[in-house]
Design a protein around this ligand. Structure first.
Ligand SMILES: Cc1cc2nc3c(=O)[nH]c(=O)nc-3n(C[C@H](O)[C@H](O)[C@H](O)COP(=O)(O)O)c2cc1C
Ligand code: SF4
Ligand code: SF4
Length: 597
C-alpha cells in the first residue's frame, strides 16, 4: 500500500457537482502530476461535505485546511504554495463576514463547529467507493462484534436501550420495530432500506448513500442477524443514479470481502442485499406502497394493520427503516447504547441530519444533537438570512409538516416540541423563508405537490386535496370569499381523519399550520384583496417612491414591458396599465425605491 504525506479531499456531493467540482479535481490532479507529487499526494473524491453553497470545496489533510469556491485555475497555487511549500493560500479560505476571521481548518467554520456527526461520520471524509477506507474508520466492526459476542436478542436490546427513533418521518422506536419482527412467527423475514426520499428540498439520504454506502449495508446485516433474516432490499429512487452505482459497487466489494453473502465472519450467518430502483413517486416512500412496489405491484398503500413487522414483503415479517436510521446503527453497537442516549433530549435521543434550503446563507447538510434550538441551526450554523432580509418562518417535515415563525426560534428541535407547534420533524428537510414569501402561496405550493403525488386510491385524498387547492388558488388570485378559511379547516379535518395513508392524513398540515401562525395573511388576501408579502401577482401593484428614487434608470432598462419612464437623475414612474408585474424593477433597484401595494 502506498503511503501519502497528504490527502486532498474533493467534495463530489450533488451541490459541488453542479458547481463543476470535476474540473477542479481534474486540474488538481494535473497540477500534482506536473509538480511530480503524485506519489506523495493523493486526491480523494468524497461524498457531500455539507456546506453546499461554498462549493466546489476541498479539504487538505493531515491539517484539515478548507478551501472554498474553487476554480480550476486556483489549483496551481494550491499545489505550488500549499502542497509544495506548506503555505496556506489565504485568499481561498472562507470568511463568514467582513468582520469575522478567516477559517483556516474546516473545524473553525461555524458551519462545522456546532455539529455532532454520527450518521454523517464518514460522509465527506472517505472515498465512498473504497471499502478499505470504510474499514479504516471502524467499518464492519459492529457487525463483527454482534456476530462474535452478542445474541440476536442482545443486539435488539442495544438498539432499544439507545432510544433510537426512525429518521424517516414517523419517529417510531427502531429497537421495538426490530423486536416485533423478530418475534413474529412466520419465515422467511426481510430487511428493507427505504431510500425513496421524495420530500422537496431533502437530500439527507441521498448524501449518505452517495457518501458512505457501506454504513447502510453493515447496519442492514446487523438487523438481519438480530431478527433472523437472510435477505435485504434497498429501495432507491431512479433519480439517484450515483447512489445506485455506489451501492452496487459497495455490495460487490462487501461480497468479495466476505462481509455479505454466506458464512459472514466465518459464522453460520448468511445475508445478502439487492437493490430495487423505484420510479420516484412520493407515495412509494410510504412503507406499504414501497413493499408493494418491490413485489412488482403498483406502488399503492394499503390499510394498516397488519404492519410490515407482521406482514411485510410477500406477506412475511419485515423491518423497514430509513437510510439515516440505518447509518446510525453501527456506531450505537460499537460505542454502546448509553453513549447514544446521552446525546439529545429525554424523548429524542441522538442526532438528526437536516438539509438546509431556501433563504439561508449556508445551504447544505448538517447533523446536530436533538434538542438544538432552531435559532442555532438557522443563524449560527446556517449563517442567517441573505441580503439583510428578515427571517419569516421555517418549514419542517416537508409536505407533511408545517411552518414555525420567528417567535418560536428558541424551540429545541426534537420530535415532541415540533408537534406542539403544529409541525413535525419529518425526514429533516428545512426550508427557510424570508419576509418576501407569502405564506398562503407556500401552503399552496405544498398542496400542489401532494395533490399531484396522491395515488388516487382513496377519495378524501384524491378529491379533498383538489378542493383545498382550488380554494387556495382562488385566494391567491384575489377571488377568496369569506368562509373560505373555515371551509379549508373543515376539509383538512375530514381528510386527516379519513385518508387511507400518511400522504393524505398529513397533506392538510401546511395549510393548518400557516393558518395557525399566519391567519392574518389569509384574511388580508380574502378581505382586503392584499398580499402582505407583496408576492401574489394578482394582488400586487408596483410603485416607485419618488423620495428614494435616484433616477439611475436601472429599473427601466430591466423592464420587459417598457412600463417605466423618467429622466436621468429624476424620479421614475411606473405605468400600471403597461406593467406585467414581473418584479424585475424591484429586484434590480439598488435604492429600495420600488415598493408593492
Ligand atoms: C407519503 C409518505 C412518504 C414517505 N416517504 C419516505 C421516504 O422517502 N423515506 C423514508 O425513509 N420514509 C418515508 N416515509 C415513512 C415510511 O413510511 C416509514 O415510516 C419509514 O421508512 C420507516 O423507517 P424509520 O422507522 O427508520 O423512519 C414516508 C411516509 C409517507 C406517508
Ligand atoms: S391517502 Fe392519498 S396517497 Fe394515500 S392511499 Fe389515499 S389517495 Fe393514495
Ligand atoms: S414589475 Fe416588471 S413590468 Fe412592471 S414596471 Fe417593474 S419591471 Fe416593468
Amino acid at each position: 500500500m502506498n503511503m501519502y504525506r497528504s490527502h486532498v479531499l474533493v467534495c463530489a456531493g450533488a451541490g459541488c457537482i453542479s458547481s463543476e467540482c470535476k474540473s477542479v479535481q481534474n486540474a488538481l490532479i494535473e497540477n500534482i502530476n506536473i509538480n511530480g507529487l503524485s506519489n506523495e499526494v493523493k486526491v480523494v473524491e468524497t461524498g457531500c461535505m455539507g456546506p453546499c453553497d461554498l462549493g466546489p470545496v476541498v479539504m487538505i489533510f493531515p491539517d484539515g485546511v478548507f478551501y472554498r469556491k474553487l476554480k480550476p485555475e486556483d489549483t496551481a497555487e494550491i499545489v505550488t504554495e500549499h502542497l509544495l511549500k506548506g503555505k496556506v493560500v489565504r485568499r481561498l479560505l472562507h470568511q463568514a463576514g467582513e468582520n469575522s476571521d478567516q477559517a483556516v481548518t474546516f473545524d473553525q467554520l461555524d458551519f462545522f463547529k456546532r455539529q455532532t456527526r454520527i450518521a454523517l461520520r464518514n460522509t465527506g471524509i472517505i472515498n465512498p467507493e473504497s471499502i478499505e477506507e470504510y474499514i479504516a474508520r471502524n467499518g464492519y466492526q459492529a457487525l463483527g462484534k454482534v456476530l462474535s459476542k452478542h445474541s440476536p436478542q442482545e443486539t435488539i436490546d442495544f438498539i432499544k436501550a439507545s432510544g433510537l427513533r426512525g429518521r424517516g418521518g414517523a419517529g417510531f422506536p427502531t429497537g421495538l420495530k426490530w423486536e416485533f419482527t423478530a418475534r413474529a412467527a412466520a419465515a422467511p423475514k426481510y430487511v428493507v432500506c427505504n431510500a425513496d426520499e421524495g420530500d422537496p428540498g431533502a437530500f439527507m439520504d441521498r448524501s449518505i448513500l452517495e457518501g458512505d454506502p457501506h454504513s447502510v449495508l453493515e447496519a442492514m446485516a446487523i438487523c438481519g442477524y438480530a431478527i433472523g433474516a437472510e435477505k435485504g432490499y434497498i429501495y432507491v429512487r431512479a433519480e439517484y443514479p450515483l447512489a445506485v452505482e455506489r451501492l452496487e459497487k459497495a455490495i460487490n466489494k462487501a461480497l468479495e470481502y466476505g462481509l455479505l453473502g454466506k458464512n459472514i465472519f466465518s459464522t453460520c450467518f448468511n445475508f445478502d442485499i439487492e437493490i430495487r430502483v423505484g420510479a420516484g413517486a412520493f407515495v412509494c416512500g410510504e412503507e406499504t406502497a414501497l413493499l408493494a412496489s418491490i413485489e412488482g405491484k403498483r406502488g399503492e398503500p394499503r390499510p394498516k394493520p397488519p404492519f410490515p413487522a407482521q406482514e411485510g414483503l410477500w406477506g412475511k415479517p419485515t423491518v423497514i427503516n430509513n437510510v439515516e436510521t440505518w447509518a446510525s446503527i453501527p456506531p450505537i453497537i460499537l460505542n454502546g447504547p448509553k453513549w447514544f442516549s446521552n446525546i439529545g433530549t429525554n424523548t429524542s435521543k441522538g442526532t438528526k441530519v437536516f438539509a438546509l434550503a431556501g433563504k439561508i446563507n449556508n445551504t447544505g447538510l448538517i447533523e446536530v444533537p436533538m434538542g438544538t434550538p432552531l435559532r442555532e441551526i438557522i443563524f449560527d450554523i446556517g449563517g442567517g438570512i441573505p441580503n439583510g432580509k428578515r427571517f419569516k418562518a421555517v418549514q419542517t417535515g416537508g409536505p407533511s409538516g408545517g411552518c414555525i415563525p420567528e417567535e418560536y426560534l428558541d424551540t429545541p428541535v426534537d420530535y415532541d416540541s415540533l408537534v406542539k407547534l403544529g409541525t413535525i420533524m419529518g425526514s429533516g428537510g428545512m426550508i427557510i423563508v424570508d419576509e418576501d414569501t407569502c405564506m398562503v402561496d407556500l401552503a399552496k405550493f405544498f398542496l400542489e405537490f401532494v395533490q399531484e403525488e396522491s395515488c388516487g386510491k382513496c377519495a378524501p385524498c384524491r378529491i379533498g386535496t383538489k378542493r383545498m387547492l382550488e380554494i387556495l388558488e382562488r385566494i391567491v388570485e384575489g377571488k377568496g370569499k369569506v368562509g373560505d378559511i373555515e371551509l379549508l379547516e373543515e376539509l383538512s379535518q375530514c381528510i386527516k381523519t379519513s385518508a387511507l395513508c400518511g400522504l393524505g392524513q398529513t397533506a392538510p398540515n401546511p395549510v393548518l399550520s400557516t393558518l395557525r401562525h399566519f391567519r392574518d395573511e389569509y384574511e388580508a388576501h380574502i378581505k382586503e384583496k392584499r398580499c402582505p408579502a407583496g408576492t401574489c401577482q394578482a394582488l400586487v401593484a408596483y410603485y416607485i417612491d419618488p423620495k428614494a428614487c435616484k433616477g439611475c434608470g436601472l429599473c427601466s432598462k430591466n423592464c420587459p414591458a417598457e412600463a417605466i419612464s423618467g429622466e436621468k437623475k429624476k424620479p421614475h414612474v411606473i405605468d400600471l396599465t403597461k406593467c406585467i408585474k414581473c418584479g424585475n424593477c424591484k429586484d434590480k433597484c439598488k435604492f429600495n425605491a420600488v415598493f408593492t401595494s
